[in-house]
Ligand binder design. Structure first.
Ligand code: ADP
Ligand code: MG
Length: 729
C-alpha cells in the first residue's frame, strides 16, 4: 500500500479522542506570567515600585534594583519548576528566538550553584550573527545584544515537561540599531502617546497618557500531521504548490460557523489552556469559510502586549498541534482555489482616563474629540497608503491580497453610510464662518445615532482593507503568518505624525484669534477634503473598483517586491526619522531583509516544485502510462480494434502531453532561476524572481500537474490530495 493510503487508513482507524475537560480559564489565567500581582509577592516595596515606574514611564532600572528583581524572578520561577531561562525576542526572521541557559553554574572554586543575577536579566549576547541584519552588522562585528523590556512581563514556557523562564527583550546591534520588530514598535507607540496626548488636551487636560489597543483575529488551517508529512511542499513552504481542487470545496459554505470536528476541538481546548496560563485572553473560536480553516481571537490589549501574545500564540499553537498529530498552517494561502488566511488587526487608542478615542461620545465635546481622532486616522491612511501597503507585503500575502476573498492591494477606508454623511455635512460647510454657538455642527448628534451606526456596521463591508467597525478600525490586509508588529509600527507612527501636524494646523488658527473648537472644525474640514478619495464603501473585490481607484489616483501594487519600495522612499525616511522610530540605515536594512526573505521563499518554492515534478508527479504518470500500455497491448494481441481501446489511447496521449510539458517547464524553471540568481542588486533580483520565476512558471506548471492529478489512476498518485488534506480529520 502506498504511503498515502496507509496514512488515510491510520486516520480512519485512529483511536477515539478522549474528551478532556479543561480547567476553568479564570483558575489558570496568567499563572505562568510574572504579573504585577506576582511581582508584589516576590519583590520588596522599593523594588516593586521601581519595576512599576519602569513599566509606566520606561525609566531605566539601576543595577542594584535589577539584581533584586532578578532574585525575585528566580524565586518565583523555581517555585514553578523552572531550571532554564532565556531572553525571548522577535528577530527579523518573523518568528521568535530563544537560547536557553541553565540557572546552573560553577563558582570559581568549582562549587555548583544556581544563579540568575541582574546583569543576566538586563542584557544578553546571543550568538546573533545568523539573524538577518540587512548589512547593519558587518561580519567581523557580528554582535548584537538583547535588552530586557520591562513593559512586557516575563513568563514561563512549558515545553515537553521542561519549564523555561522567558524574559521579553528587544534586540539591538552594538551600534544601537534595532534588529528586531519590538524596539521600533515601542518607539512608535511612544511617538503616538506624545502627539495624541497633545491633541487630547484640547478637550481634556486630565489626559496624560494615550495607548494604542489591538485585538487580532488569527485565521489558520489544521490538517492531519501524517498527511502533511507526505507533502514536501507543506513541510518546506507551508503551502501546497500543486493540488487539484476537490469536487467539493467551499462552494456550499457549510463550514463557516459549522460544528468544529472533535479532534480539532481537542486541539483548540489544549492550546487555549496553554494560552490562558500565559495570560493570553482568548475569547473566540470558530470555523472559517474554507474547509479545514479556523479562527481564534482574544480580547484586545495594549498593542505591545497584544503583539507579544500573538507571536507567542502562533508558537504555542504549533507546538500543541504536534501533541494531537495535527499540523497548523499559518501561511496566507496554503491551498489554491479556497480562501486564504488573514490576521485582522482591530485597532484603536485609549486614554488613561478610560476613553476609547475611536468611540463616538455622549456629549458634543466628546463627539468632537471622536471626530478629531477618526478623521485624523483617515487622513493618516490617506497620506501613507503606500507605506501601509508595504507593511503587509510578503511572498505569502501576495497570493491572498486581491484574490477575491481578501482585500485588494488597493488601500481604502470603509466608514459606512452614516459617518460618510457626517463628514459630507462638515465638509459642505467649508468657508462658512462657525461661531461657538453653532450648535448644529458642534452637536453632531452622533450618540443618538449609535443604533443606526452599529446597524451600518453589523452589515459591514468585508471587502475593505481598512474598515471602521463602530469603535475601532479593522486593518484586514495583514497576513496570517505575519507578526502584527510591522503593521502596528507603521499605523501608530503615521497616526502620531498626522496628529502632530494636526496640532500645528489647529494652533495656527488659534494664533489668528479663532476659538479652539472653531479652529479644530476648520482643520477637520480641510483634512476631509484632502483625504476623502481614500473613502470607499463599495465592493472592494469588484473590477469596477480597480478602475475607480485608478481614476482617483490610488495606487494598486499587486506584487510584494514593488510594494516594498514605499519602505524607503523620501517621505517614509522623513516620517520615521522625525518620529524617532527608524533611522535611514535601519529602514534600508529592513527593506533589504524583506526583499531577501521574498527571494528565498520563491526560490524554495521553485525548488520544491521541481522536486515534486520529478520525484512524484512524473513517476506517478509513468506508472499509469505503463498500465495503460499493458492494457492496450494486451487488447491488441487479442485482436481488438483501435476503436475498442480508443479511450485508453486518448488518456495515454493526454498523460504524455502533460508529462512532456511538465518536464520541459521544470527544466526551463531551473534555467530561469540560474539567470536570476546571477543578479547582484537585491531589489532587481526580487522583482526578477517575481516576474521571471514565479509569474512565468508557477501557474503554468501547476496547471499541467493538476490536470495530471485528475487523469492519473488514484492508486498511483502519491501526494495526499486536497480532499484528504482538507476534509479528513
Ligand atoms: P468581530 O470583528 O468578529 O465582529 P468584535 O467586533 O467583537 O468581533 O471584535 C473583534 C476584535 O476586536 C476582538 O479581538 C476585540 O477584542 C477587538 N476590539 C474590540 N474593541 C477594541 C478596541 N477598542 N481596540 C482594539 N481592539 C478592539
Ligand atoms: Mg473582525
Amino acid at each position: 500500500m502506498s504511503i498515502r493510503f496507509s496514512l488515510i487508513n491510520s486516520i480512519l482507524n485512529k483511536e477515539e479522542q478522549k474528551s478532556v475537560t479543561s480547567p476553568k480559564a479564570t483558575a489558570i489565567f496568567g499563572e505562568n506570567v510574572f504579573t504585577l500581582k506576582t511581582a508584589r509577592e516576590y519583590l520588596s516595596d522599593d523594588m516593586y515600585k521601581s519595576l512599576c515606574g519602569s513599566i509606566k514611564s520606561g525609566k531605566k532600572i539601576d543595577r542594584n534594583a535589577a539584581n533584586q528583581i532578578a532574585i525575585g524572578l528566580k524565586a518565583w520561577a523555581e517555585s514553578k519548576g523552572v531550571t532554564h531561562y532565556t531572553h525571548w525576542f522577535q528577530p527579523l526572521t518573523g518568528t521568535t528566538a530563544e537560547k536557553h541557559d541553565s540557572f546552573f553554574t560553577l563558582k570559581s572554586d568549582g562549587t555548583p550553584i544556581e544563579e540568575f543575577d541582574g546583569a543576566t536579566l538586563v542584557q544578553q549576547e546571543p550568538d546573533a550573527s545568523s539573524f538577518p541584519n540587512g548589512g547593519l552588522r558587518t561580519t567581523f562585528e557580528a554582535r548584537g545584544y538583547t535588552a530586557w523590556d520591562p513593559s512586557s512581563p516575563a513568563f514561563i514556557m512549558e515545553i515537553g515537561g521542561s519549564n523555561t523562564l522567558c524574559i521579553p527583550t528587544i534586540f539591538i546591534s552594538y551600534t544601537g540599531e534595532s534588529l528586531d520588530y519590538k524596539a521600533p514598535l515601542l518607539k512608535a507607540l511612544d511617538a503616538l502617546n506624545k502627539s495624541a496626548v497633545d491633541v487630547c488636551n484640547y478637550f481634556d487636560k486630565n489626559i496624560t497618557r494615550v495607548t494604542a489597543t489591538l485585538g487580532w483575529e488569527q485565521e489558520y488551517f489544521i490538517i492531519d500531521e501524517g498527511l502533511a508529512n507526505a507533502r514536501p511542499d507543506i513541510i518546506q513552504c507551508g503551502r501546497t504548490v500543486f493540488g487539484a481542487s476537490p469536487a467539493k470545496g467551499q462552494q456550499l459554505e457549510d463550514h463557516y460557523f459549522g460544528s468544529i470536528p472533535e479532534r480539532v476541538l481537542a486541539f483548540m481546548k489544549d492550546f487555549e489552556v496553554e494560552a490562558y496560563k500565559l495570560g493570553i485572553p482568548l475569547r473566540t473560536r470558530h470555523n472559517e469559510v474554507a474547509p479545514g480553516q479556523f479562527e481564534c481571537a482574544p480580547i484586545f490589549e495594549e498593542v505591545s502586549i497584544a503583539v507579544d501574545h500573538n507571536t507567542l500564540l502562533m508558537d504555542v499553537m504549533e507546538r500543541v498541534s504536534y501533541r494531537h498529530n495535527l499540523r497548523v498552517l499559518l501561511h496566507e494561502k496554503p491551498f489554491a482555489g479556497i480562501n486564504g488566511s488573514g490576521k485582522h488587526n482591530n485597532w484603536s487608542m485609549s486614554t488613561d482616563t478610560g476613553i476609547n478615542l475611536l468611540a463616538p461620545g455622549k456629549t458634543p465635546k466628546t463627539n468632537l474629540m471622536f471626530l478629531t481622532f477618526f478623521i485624523n486616522a483617515i487622513k493618516a491612511v490617506h497620506d501613507y497608503a503606500d507605506l501601509l501597503r508595504a507593511a503587509i507585503a510578503n511572498a505569502g500575502n501576495e497570493h491572498r491580497l486581491g484574490a477575491s476573498e481578501a482585500p485588494p492591494a488597493i488601500v481604502s477606508v470603509f466608514i459606512g453610510e452614516y459617518l460618510n454623511k457626517v463628514l459630507d455635512e462638515i465638509e459642505a460647510r467649508v468657508g462658512e464662518k462657525f461661531d461657538e454657538q453653532d450648535e448644529a455642527i458642534l452637536k453632531l448628534d452622533i450618540h443618538k445615532s449609535i443604533p443606526e451606526l452599529l446597524l451600518d456596521n453589523t452589515d459591514r463591508n468585508r471587502t475593505s482593507p481598512f474598515a471602521f467597525t463602530g469603535n475601532k478600525f479593522e486593518f484586514r490586509a495583514v497576513g496570517a503568518s505575519a507578526t502584527c508588529a510591522n503593521a502596528m509600527t507603521v499605523l501608530n507612527t503615521i497616526m502620531a505624525e498626522t496628529l502632530a501636524n494636526f496640532k500645528v494646523d489647529v494652533d495656527k488658527f488659534i494664533e489668528k484669534g479663532e476659538k479652539k473648537e472653531i479652529a479644530i472644525m476648520q482643520t477637520l474640514q480641510k483634512y476631509i477634503t484632502e483625504s476623502k478619495k481614500i473613502l470607499f464603501d463599495g465592493d472592494g473585490y469588484s473590477e469596477a473598483w480597480h478602475h475607480e481607484a485608478e481614476r482617483r489616483g490610488l495606487t494598486n501594487i499587486p506584487t510584494a517586491p514593488l510594494a516594498l519600495d514605499a519602505m524607503v522612499d523620501k517621505k517614509t525616511l522623513h516620517l520615521f526619522k522625525k518620529n524617532n522610530v527608524f533611522t535611514h540605515s535601519e529602514l534600508e536594512a529592513r527593506h533589504e531583509i524583506e526583499l531577501e526573505k521574498y527571494i528565498k521563499k520563491i526560490q524554495i518554492e521553485a525548488r520544491v516544485m521541481g522536486d515534486l515534478a520529478l520525484n512524484h508527479i512524473i513517476p506517478a504518470a509513468i506508472n499509469y502510462q505503463n498500465k495503460l500500455l499493458t492494457n492496450i497491448n494486451g487488447l491488441k494481441t487479442l485482436g481488438f480494434k483501435e476503436a475498442d481501446y480508443a479511450g485508453q489511447l486518448a488518456i495515454l496521449k493526454d498523460v504524455s502531453k502533460h508529462l512532456q510539458f511538465i518536464y520541459e517547464q521544470t527544466n526551463a524553471l531551473v534555467e530561469a532561476r540560474k539567470i536570476v540568481n546571477k543578479i547582484e542588486d537585491t531589489r532587481t533580483k526580487a522583482i526578477a524572481y517575481c516576474s521571471q520565476v514565479k509569474e512565468t512558471y508557477f501557474n503554468k506548471l501547476r496547471y499541467h500537474v493538476d490536470k495530471l492529478e485528475r487523469l492519473v489512476n488514484d492508486d498511483d498518485w502519491t501526494l495526499p490530495k486536497y480532499r484528504e488534506l482538507l476534509f479528513l480529520k
